[in-house]
Design a protein around this ligand. Structure first.
Ligand SMILES: [Zn+2]
Length: 164
């Protein structure tokens, strides 16, 4: 099973720079620390992110851009998955290697697993002003509205300002 993304991990996945993208992928075991990324790869990661956000918006009844979904599928198809066997735990999925393409393919696999095991409706977009990051809602009754407690504080502060 790919490592389950926490609210924090998905919320922070915004590849605004090559360094930020590489650090995130390495931190989540999706890229070898020695790999140097190039701008074309960051653009591929942005394509994956666009498609992923479209799929999440579809959870809220918004039709995703079909071109973004097509591109998401292309990026997903470029990654190879491997099986993980450990004593005492169920068989899991992970990147076949710690290369960039396999890491992104694993992110798409996380989407697949979440759809199959019923966690998919927990994937949401943050309501905080100027955030909009994706996160897994871990609240038992699906009431989570922001990706981090800091975003929750920003959301409440904005609501207080509007009431004045
Ligand atoms: Zn947020």
């Amino acid at each position: 099973m790919p490592r389950e993304p926490s609210s924090d991990s998905f919320g922070s996945w915004n590849p605004t720079s090559l360094g930020r993208l590489a650090r995130w992928l390495v931190r989540h075991g999706l890229l070898d620390p020695g790999v140097v990324l190039v701008e074309a790869q960051r653009q591929i990661a942005l394509d994956l992110r666009r498609g992923l956000r479209g799929l999440i918006l579809a959870n809220s009844g918004v039709d995703p851009d079909p071109r973004a979904l097509e591109r998401f599928e292309e990026v997903a198809a470029g990654g190879r998955l491997g099986l993980r066997f450990e004593a005492g735990v169920p068989v899991g999925l992970g990147p076949a290697s710690a290369c960039f393409e396999d890491g992104l393919g694993t992110i798409a696999a996380i989407v697949l697993v979440a759809r199959l095991d019923g966690r998919w409706p927990r994937l949401k977009l943050c309501h905080a002003p100027e955030c909009g990051n994706a996160f897994f809602d871990v609240a038992p009754n699906l009431t989570g509205r922001w990706c981090t407690t800091r975003c929750g504080e920003r959301y409440r502060a904005a609501a207080r300002r509007q009431r004045r």
